[in-house]
Design a binder for this molecule. Structure first.
Ligand SMILES: [Zn+2]
Length: 217
């Protein structure tokens, strides 16, 4: 079989075309003011890592539904259970579509700082802190983040032994030293709302009987 017939079947270009392609490439380089003497180094492909491709940080519909169901805070295990691979999670984190909120837990960027801090202590906002968040959600009241200056009331399951100290959280997450929270221990209350705050009904009941509030008045 001749060289010409190989070229027609696409298995090997004839020498004349190779030479033409090379001369076109060198011509293009000269057009950009570069000499042909250093072409070999300039044509070498770079291996520098430029990060993941754009657009891959968009959250998939099942992830958005999971976030919606839990108030924007989800665990690594829950993400894995709906099929999110470690690589996808890495991309979500890279593009800040999900942010670290606690070890093994992630949140949507829209989750307010007060809810992140409460979750780092061990549960959702409770009592008057939850009521403040519900007021913001309903369209009245100040931004929930302004109440970080006050001790947060949070709800922790009854079987939890202890909560991390404010100093530990400040050191671990690089945040300003928070005030010690007021803890409402109740597994039922913990499950009443979502992971940002207990339900409004429960928050009202907690505020009505909160020992800390009685002591402060
Ligand atoms: Zn309280």
């Amino acid at each position: 079989m001749s060289t010409t017939s190989l070229c027609m079947h696409g298995t090997a270009p004839p020498p004349c075309q190779i030479g033409r392609a090379k001369s076109l490439r060198l011509s293009a380089l000269r057009h950009h003011g570069r000499s042909a003497s250093n072409t070999s180094g300039m044509l070498r492909p770079t291996r520098r890592y430029a990060g993941p491709p754009h657009g891959t940080g968009n959250l998939a519909a099942p992830v958005l539904q999971l976030l919606e169901r839990h108030g924007g805070i989800v665990s690594t295990r829950e993400l894995r259970d709906i099929g999110v691979q470690p690589t996808s999670l890495e991309l979500y984190r890279h593009y800040y579509s999900l942010q670290a909120v606690r070890q093994g837990w992630h949140c949507a960027p829209t989750v307010p700082q007060v809810s992140r801090l409460a979750w780092r202590f061990g549960g959702p906002l409770a009592c008057i802190s939850a009521l403040a968040l519900h007021a913001v959600r309903d369209g009245y009241g100040e931004s929930a983040d302004t109440s970080v200056a006050q001790p947060l009331h949070i709800c922790v399951p009854s079987n939890r032994d202890l909560v991390p100290s404010p100093a530990l959280l400040a050191r671990r997450w690089g945040i300003e030293l928070p005030l010690p929270p007021v803890i409402h221990w109740s597994t039922a209350d913990y499950r009443s709302g979502d992971r940002r705050a207990v339900s409004r009904v429960v928050a009202l009941r907690q505020a009505d009987s909160c020992v800390s509030l009685r002591l402060s008045t």
